[in-house]
Structure formats: structure tokens, C-alpha cells
Design a protein around this ligand. Structure first.
Ligand SMILES: *[C@@H]1O[C@H](CO)[C@@H](O)[C@H](O)[C@H]1NC(C)=O
Ligand SMILES: *[C@@H]1O[C@H](CO)[C@@H](O)[C@H](O)[C@H]1NC(C)=O
Ligand SMILES: *[C@@H]1O[C@H](CO)[C@@H](O)[C@H](O)[C@H]1NC(C)=O
Ligand SMILES: *[C@@H]1O[C@H](CO)[C@@H](O)[C@H](O)[C@H]1NC(C)=O
Ligand SMILES: *[C@@H]1O[C@H](CO)[C@@H](O)[C@H](O)[C@H]1NC(C)=O
Length: 648
């Protein structure tokens, strides 16, 4: 059958257009519209932003990167654009032009926003963000997995590839690297890594390392994924999505179709063929789209304002007004370090105010430094610290207000247990795990919570878990993950034995508390106030007994009888028991906990016996299996944090 050559060209060209449009219409990978500050219409800030965006566009398309600022404080606006290192300037321009329009449409009136697409990033803010790493990652992963047979070699090669790329990318001015490597005889992995060019080499490298380190938790076994923050980006696929060598000129458009006189058959036949081919083409596009469909996994939120000590300081009178002078009516609760009050600032923003007990024993300078550090910890699953006040004896911390109170107000209150169905509980468990992982493994600060318990997990409008009271004890340098303290701050029943008895704390003592909390969430029983007659006196012994008997599922809160996934529940109990093992070496790290929670195919080890520390009526403490004995821990207050000096 005769089909004129030009018909093929038309079909291919329309295929190209269809596909091209599909790419154009895509959603941004990352959309951050910070709601910490807004500008009003016709303000100086808006004028500056209106100057900034076109200037980023014109200067950014010269070599794919530009950063600048417009105006003066307080209306200054900082901006940055960057395109992927392998694309043509035309593609760069079109991506940036689209971003400049979209950022205003998607983030109206925001003083701080960022959009990242596959091909470019645009970011502006009222605070200077240049050369600072943003380690708050999000990820997208392909739903398709690599085959089990290939998985080992795939993971090894992927790790090598990305590590090699990040070393080279960090050291070059474009902060971009792309390469491929094979992982089986016929299959290759294509990888791309990049930082925004304002980052110095060391910051770029560390940002990429954090990003690569996230892959096992977000995207294990996927045959492709993208992990990114506002400052760095990695992507890998098993097909060539990136130009590996230096960018070549963009493909020349198809030659123009020339008009020729043709007979009727020569028109009709090609038209039919064209329709068939177009159908095939649409089929392949949808197939490809489906194959590449990704699941969005926003893990972390963007760290939007790293402010100086001064801007974090609130005026005490303002806080007094906001809380009705710390009135009892505003009191939300009393914790180990002081009372917490609800407040409302003049602009209507609700806050939670923690008035630290007078004997918090810390100098002002030390206090301020800690607040500045803690303020930098921002994560979806952490309660946000907004600032502090310091006036004479008075030390106050100001937090975001989290409306739904704490987890213990649900799981330990008979009338409210049923308000948390299994799905919510499972989401809460995942949230706590991710928040704790962030505390433990964030690159800059390494925080051991030391008092993780149901009362310190707050729930937001959507019942997402937010860890509170972190960083209250002590801050650590990056490599210091263990310590020995004579000041024990914690809550009985949640404390790992090595901590309760010897003041030894580490990320693994937090893991222990997490395990206890997990078992509490599943069973809706309090670890240190366990009432089921005729059964072991504490939750851990009870859980362990059921596990040994093969009846672990009986641990579940009876209010959940009908609607839960037995697999998920069993897995949670299993993970919980792994976390509360007596030997801290045997307990998993939070990153493996997150991985275990996410991946059902992973086989878990069998837990060994938990550490049994139980509270006796005299308040002395004993060990049921004589695993350990000590008389140093003499008092505890039910469910309330206490601080004790260990006489060692
Ligand atoms: C800014 O505007 C957004 C949307 O209108 C709002 O949610 C946010 O609370 C505002 N932020 C401030 C600080 O006013
Ligand atoms: C752009 O970023 C670099 C690197 O952080 C910084 O040194 C430079 O001052 C920035 N440019 C402007 C105009 O702020
Ligand atoms: C950006 O796109 C708009 C319309 O889509 C066009 O009018 C404008 O000229 C473009 N600007 C640049 C700098 O390419
Ligand atoms: C890929 O693996 C994950 C868990 O490892 C599983 O949930 C998912 O269904 C798998 N996807 C496919 C397409 O097999
Ligand atoms: C990474 O670099 C090492 C040493 O330069 C090299 O031997 C190895 O083949 C590289 N791996 C990949 C996957 O590119």
C-alpha cells in the first residue's frame, strides 16, 4: 500500500506535539507557598517582585542560572532561577517563563515561594536564602519496581553512580552531573544530580548526600525516582531522560510538508492509515504516561525562614496580653519543663506558649543559641518553634498552636479511643517515625528527644502527628549520638533501661520510647498504668507474652475490632517489639523503622525479649526477669515527666 512519506511525517509530528503538550501541562515537582508572610497588593514588595521576575528570566536564560535581589529592607526580595544543565536555552526560557507565571498564580501574595519543575527551578523570598542547604526533601517514585533478580546489583550500581555524580557535580561550577551505568547485561540506569549554583561545593555535596540517603526510605526498589528540595535534586530512571554528553543543538524541526497534486486514492488511503497510526500513537502515549505514573510522597516541608536571634525574640508584654497574663483559663497543660498556655497574637495568629519553670538552670546566651538552633528544625511532623521571650527570670518558648491536643487525650480516654480509627493511628505512627528520623538524622543538628511519649505527640487538623518538646534536654554536635548524663529527663515506662538506670542515652533510647508508644497506639493501653486483671502488669510484658504465644493480634484495641488490616497491625507490633529489645544494639534505627513501615516485602527479624522495667507500688523499681537490678531509680510520677539527678 502506498503511503506518501509526508503523511508519516505529519503523524510523527502530531505525536510529538501531543507528547510535548503533555509535558508542558505537568504539575510542578515542588510547590512551596510559605504562609509566614504575605504582601499586599500595590505594596513596594510587589513592585520589587514585579521587577525581579523579568530580570531573573532574562538573565537566567543566558547561562541557565541567575540570583539577585531587588529593593531594600524591609521590602527586599531575593530571587534565584536555574535550569537543568543538559537542556537548550529555549527549553530553559520556556520553563522559566511558565514558572514565573505559575508562581504568582499558585502563591498569590506570598513573600516566600518556590516552584521546581523537571527542567527548572524558580525561587524568591523576602529573606536571603542563597548558599544555604535546604534539607527538607520530597520525593516521587515510579510505581514499577526493579525485578528481584536485578535488585542487588541495581541498588549497588545506583549508589555508586549517584555518589560518583555528587562528588563531581559539587566540584564544578554548573553544580550538575549526569551519567549512566549498567546494572544487567542489557539494562542501564541513567542518573542526574544537581544543586542550585549558589551553594558552595561542600554544601552542595552534603545536600546531595542527604538526598541520596533518603532513597532507601522513600523509593526502595522503584525503577526510577526523583528526590529533591529547593536546593538539590536527583533523578534516576532506566531510560535515557537526560542528555549525558554536553548538550547538543535541539533537533531540527521536520521539513515542511510540500503540497503536491495527488489522486483521490492517494488521499483516502493515507488518511485511513493516518487514523490507525494516530490511534497507535495515542495508545503508546497513554501507555508511557501510565508507566511513568509516580506516586507523590511529600515527606518534609520546606524550611522557609532561618531567622536570626533578634527576629525570634518576642516581647514579653505581648505574650502576656496574648495569654491573658498566663491565666489559668488559657492553660493547656503542664509538662516537665513548665506550663503551656494558649495565646492569640494581635494579628489573630494562635500560639502555644511554654513558660519554663524558673529553675531551668540555663544562661541567657545558651538559651538563645538553643532557640535559634531549634527554630531551624522544621518538619511536617514536628511542632514548630516560632520564637522565645527572655526577660529577667522569665523564659518563654512560643510554638505554633496545634488544635487537636495530644495523642494521650485520645488513646487513653475510653470515650475517645474510637475517634482514632486504624487508618489514622497508622498515619500517626508513620508521622512520629518520620519526625523522629528527622531529629536523629538531620545533617546539621542531631537531636535525641529523650522524652517521647503520647503526651508529647500533638495532632493537627488533619490528625497528623507533630512531635513536641524536642530539644528540651541538650543539643548535640553532628557526630555525637551518645551521651552520659547525670540529669535524667524522661517519663517512666517510656525510658530505655540503660537510660533509666545509668543515664546512658542515645538514638536507641528514643527508639525504645518509640516502640513503647507504638504498642500503646495499637493497644490503647498505657504502658505505666496497665489494667487488665490477671495479666502481666506492664504493656511490654503483656505484648511479649501474646507474641510468644502467637496471639499478638489480641493486643489490638478492642474498639478497632472490625476495621483494620491485620497485616499492618502485626507489622506494627513486630516493629514495636524490635524497638523495645533490651539490648540496644538489637534495636533498629529510625531509618530502618521508617523503611520497615513502608515496605511490606521486607522480612523483619524476630524480636528478642523486651526490657522489663516495671514500677512497683512502693515506687522502687525491679526487673521481672532479673535482667538488671538497681535501686537508683526511686520515684516516678504517673505519666508526668520528671527530672532526676542520678547519684553517680
Ligand atoms: C497569607 O495568606 C494565606 C492565604 O491567604 C494565609 O493562609 C496565611 O495565613 C497568610 N499568612 C499570614 C502571615 O498572614
Ligand atoms: C548569588 O549567590 C552567591 C552565592 O551564595 C552570592 O555570593 C551572591 O552574592 C548572590 N548574588 C546576589 C546578587 O545576591
Ligand atoms: C512568556 O510567555 C508569554 C506568553 O506565554 C509571552 O507573551 C512572553 O513573551 C514570554 N516571555 C518571554 C521572556 O519569553
Ligand atoms: C513495588 O514494590 C512495592 C513494595 O516493595 C509494592 O507495594 C508495589 O506493589 C510494587 N509495585 C509493583 C508494580 O509491583
Ligand atoms: C564510580 O567511580 C569509581 C572510581 O572512580 C569507578 O571505579 C566506578 O566504576 C564508578 N561507578 C559508577 C557506577 O560509575
Amino acid at each position: 500500500m502506498y503511503v506518501p512519506r509526508f503523511m508519516y511525517l505529519i503523524i510523527i509530528f502530531s505525536c510529538f506535539l501531543l507528547f510535548h503538550n503533555h509535558v508542558q501541562a505537568q504539575e510542578p515537582l515542588l510547590e512551596i507557598c510559605s504562609n509566614t508572610a504575605n504582601y499586599t497588593s500595590n505594596s513596594q514588595f510587589q513592585t520589587n517582585l514585579n521587577i525581579l521576575l523579568p530580570s531573573l528570566l532574562s538573565d537566567g536564560t543566558r547561562d541557565g542560572f541567575f540570583n539577585t535581589s531587588i529593593g531594600t529592607s524591609p521590602d527586599i526580595v531575593y530571587g534565584l532561577v536555574q535550569c537543568r544543565g543538559d537542556i537548550s536555552m529555549e527549553d530553559c526560557r520556556s520553563c522559566l517563563n511558565n514558572s514565573a507565571v505559575e508562581i504568582i498564580r499558585r502563591c498569590p501574595n506570598r513573600k516566600d515561594a518556590a516552584l521546581r519543575y523537571d527542567l527548572c527551578i524558580l525561587r524568591y523570598s523576602n529573606t536571603r536564602f542563597f548558599s544555604q542547604v535546604d534539607s527538607d526533601l520530597q520525593s516521587l517514585y515510579n510505581l514499577e519496581n526493579v525485578s528481584d533478580a536485578d535488585a542487588n546489583r541495581y541498588n549497588r550500581q545506583l549508589g555508586n553512580l549517584l555518589n560518583n555524580l555528587s562528588t563531581t557535580a559539587a566540584s564544578v561550577v554548573t553544580k550538575f552531573g549526569a551519567a549512566s551505568t549498567d546494572y544487567s547485561d542489557f539494562k542501564d540506569i541513567y542518573g542526574l544530580v544537581m544543586c542550585t549554583r549558589d551553594l558552595p561545593a561542600t554544601e552542595c555535596f552534603s545536600c546531595l548526600q542527604i538526598t541520596i540517603g533518603w532513597i532507601p526510605s522513600c523509593c526502595a526498589n522503584s525503577d526510577g525516582a526523583q528526590v529533591f528540595s529547593t536546593t538539590c535534586y536527583i533523578r534516576y530512571e532506566i531510560y535515557p531522560f537526560v542528555q549525558i554528553s554536553s548538550p547538543s543543538p535541539s533537533p531540527s524541526p521536520p521539513p515542511p510538508v510540500q503540497g503536491k497534486s495527488v489522486n483521490v486514492v492517494a488521499i483516502v488511503v493515507p488518511v485511513i492509515v493516518a487514523v490507525i497510526l494516530a490511534a497507535i500513537c495515542v495508545y503508546f502515549i497513554t501507555k508511557r504516561t501510565r508507566k511513568n505514573r509516580r506516586k507523590r510522597k511529600p515527606e518534609l516541608i520546606y524550611e522557609n525562614d532561618i531567622r536570626s536571634e533578634d527576629s525570634l525574640q518576642f516581647d514579653l508584654n505581648m505574650i502576656r496580653t496574648a495569654t491573658n497574663d498566663f491565666s489559668d483559663a488559657n492553660k493547656l497543660g503542664e509538662g516537665g519543663f513548665g506550663a503551656v498556655y494558649k495565646g492569640e497574637l494581635l494579628d489573630g495568629q494562635e500560639i502555644a506558649v511554654k513558660r519554663l519553670s524558673k529553675n531551668s538552670g540555663q544562661g541567657s546566651l545558651e538559651f538563645k543559641n538553643e532557640v535559634v538552633l531549634l527554630h531551624k528544625l522544621q518538619h511536617r511532623n514536628l511542632v514548630r518553634l516560632l520564637g522565645f521571650c527572655l526577660a529577667g527570670e522569665e523564659k518563654v518558648l512560643i510554638y505554633e498552636y496545634v488544635p487537636n491536643r495530644s495523642l494521650d487525650k485520645y488513646i487513653f480516654v475510653p470515650a475517645r479511643k474510637a475517634d482514632l480509627d486504624w487508618e489514622m493511628r497508622y498515619k500517626i505512627i508513620g508521622g512520629i517515625a518520620r519526625g523522629l528520623l528527622y531529629l536523629h538524622e538531620d545533617s546539621r543538628l542531631r537531636i535525641i528527644h529523650r522524652d517521647l511519649k503520647a503526651g508529647n505527640i500533638l495532632l493537627d487538623e488533619e490528625m497528623n502527628a507533630k512531635i513536641s518538646d524536642f530539644g528540651m534536654a541538650k543539643l548535640f554536635g553532628v557526630d555525637q549520638t551518645q551521651g552520659n548524663t547525670s540529669r535524667i529527663a524522661g517519663t517512666f515506662g517510656y525510658m530505655a533501661p540503660e537510660y533509666a538506670l545509668h543515664g546512658l542515652f542515645s538514638v536507641k533510647s528514643d527508639v525504645f520510647s518509640f516502640g513503647v508508644l507504638l504498642l500503646e497506639i495499637v493497644s490503647a493501653q498505657k504502658t505505666n498504668n496497665f489494667h487488665l486483671s490477671g495479666l502481666p502488669r506492664d504493656l511490654l510484658s503483656y505484648a511479649w507474652k501474646l507474641w510468644r504465644e502467637g496471639n499478638a493480634l489480641q493486643l489490638i484495641d478492642p474498639t478497632l475490632t472490625h476495621c483494620f488490616s491485620p497485616n499492618e497491625v502485626m507489622r506494627c507490633i513486630h516493629i514495636g517489639l524490635l524497638c523495645v529489645q533490651e539490648n540496644l544494639e538489637d534495636r533498629p534505627t529510625m531509618s530502618s523503622v521508617v523503611l520497615m513501615l513502608n515496605s511490606y516485602s521486607l522480612t523483619l527479624e524476630s524480636p528478642s525479649a523486651p526490657a522489663f522495667i516495671i514500677e512497683t507500688t512502693t515506687g522502687a523499681q525491679e526487673s521481672e526477669n532479673n535482667h538488671s537490678t538497681s535501686s537508683s531509680l526511686l520515684y516516678s510520677v504517673d505519666g508526668v515527666s520528671f527530672v532526676k539527678t542520678n547519684p553517680r
